[in-house]
Design a protein around this ligand. Structure first.
Ligand code: PLP
Length: 383
């Protein structure tokens, strides 16, 4: 007997209907993987890389097994040396900074611009020291970092830009896809991301053939592929051993199927975001609604954020706090010697922001249900 699952009135995330619609296409793909007998780093991965290159406009896409690994291998291929510093925003997912450590470098935190939630160019410039080699803008939620100003900072200090574009699939700056504005960028295909697998996967995007070949070798134990020739720089990068960060073909087939409807999914997310914005702009308790045209999550700033989240949870409405603690106050980075108050905009974002449900499977009426419950919290004397 099939056990009936209890579905919250509005879960924070669900892609049940998406997968039901795509299942025949995914099943065909999996059949091919089973027939071909190569389950990792096989034909489906190569096909996905080509599909993603066409979709993003990247000259090179290298599939790996997570967004985190994509960042680590990209930093190494872009020339990060042991002890080099990378400027990273204090408001991000931990992987932005832990990838720097895993690549042998040292994160140098800087505050965010409260409008974009991304690295503030002036703060980034002020954080640069004689050991700083790279800037890592992170494009969060629905907006991109100010890449023109950050490009100027990089130019002035002779730094490379490596973008954490893990959440930014579909975002473009004057026509150029996120991740292709500096040395390279990454995509994460973690299940909840805009293009999500049914497990972990990620990719590096770059227009730089040297970075592409180096990442391709590093993901596979440092082994150069058949098309690679001996070029001196790879020997330098290979001074550190390669790793096993190959992508599974099963994930690649799921991603190829979902990529076929990514434009429609992005449009659906934008329509839902517009419906939220129409209801929440200027509403009591809501300090800020997001802007943008590509939405990974719908992030509001709200008074008594935790009270609101608890009120919504009691009504079966899922929310998430991205991110509850700024990176400079995470225990793992305590050695860097920061204290509360060092990056006030990052700290304020952690205290006030709340992500509301936003995904293609969300029903039109769900936005109204969520907004009614928010209204009820601020007007209804529930506080
Ligand atoms: C998801 C994410 C990552 C890491 O990606 P994984 O695939 O989960 O390893 C890195 N940075 C940001 C900003 C992310 O949102």
């Amino acid at each position: 007997m099939k056990i009936q699952s209890t579905r919250a009135p509005v879960p924070f995330f669900s892609q049940r209907a998406t997968f039901e619609a795509l299942w025949p296409r995914i099943a065909d793909g999996l059949d091919e993987v089973l027939d071909g007998g190569k389950f990792s780093h096989g034909r489906a991965v190569a096909a996905l890389e080509a599909d993603l290159a066409a979709w993003t406009g990247a000259r090179h896409v290298i599939g790996v097994n997570s967004g985190t690994d994509a960042l680590v291998l990209l930093l190494r291929a872009a020339g990060l040396r042991p002890g080099d510093e990378v400027v990273v925003p204090a408001f991000s997912f931990v992987a932005s900074a832990s990838a720097v450590v895993l690549a042998g470098g040292r994160p140098r935190f800087a505050d965010i611009d409260p409008e974009t939630y991304a690295l503030d160019p002036a703060a980034a410039s002020a954080a640069v020291t004689g050991r700083t080699r790279m800037l890592m803008p992170v494009h969060l939620f629905s907006r991109m970092a100010d890449m023109d100003a950050l490009g100027a900072v990089a130019g002035a200090h002779d730094l490379r830009i490596v973008e954490d574009s893990a959440e930014a699939i579909g975002m473009r700056h004057r026509g150029t896809h996120a991740g292709l504005l500096g040395a390279g960028g990454v995509l994460s295909f973690f299940p909840s991301k805009t293009l999500g697998a049914i497990g972990d996967a990620g990719a590096v995007l770059t227009d730089d053939p040297y970075i592409a070949e180096t990442v391709a070798a590093l993901r596979h134990h440092g082994r150069p592929g058949p098309s690679l020739h001996n070029f001196p720089a790879i020997a330098t990068a290979s001074a550190l051993p390669g790793t096993n960060s190959k992508m599974d073909d099963l994930q690649a087939e799921v991603l190829r199927a979902k990529l076929g409807r990514l434009d429609a999914d992005i449009a659906r997310r934008a329509a839902l975001a517009e419906a939220y914005t129409a209801r929440l702009t200027g509403a009591p308790g809501i300090r800020k609604v997001p802007t943008g045209s590509v939405f990974y999550v719908y992030l509001i700033e709200a008074d008594d954020r935790d009270g609101l989240a608890a009120h919504l949870a009691a009504r079966g409405i899922g929310t998430e706090v991205y991110y509850p603690r700024p990176l400079h106050l995470q225990p793992c980075f305590a050695d860097l010697g920061h204290r509360a108050g060092d990056f006030p905009h990052a700290e304020a974002a952690c205290a006030r922001t709340l992500a509301l449900p936003l995904y293609p499977d969300l029903a039109d009426g769900d936005v109204g249900v969520v907004c009614d419950a928010i209204d009820d919290f601020y007007r209804g004397g529930n506080r």
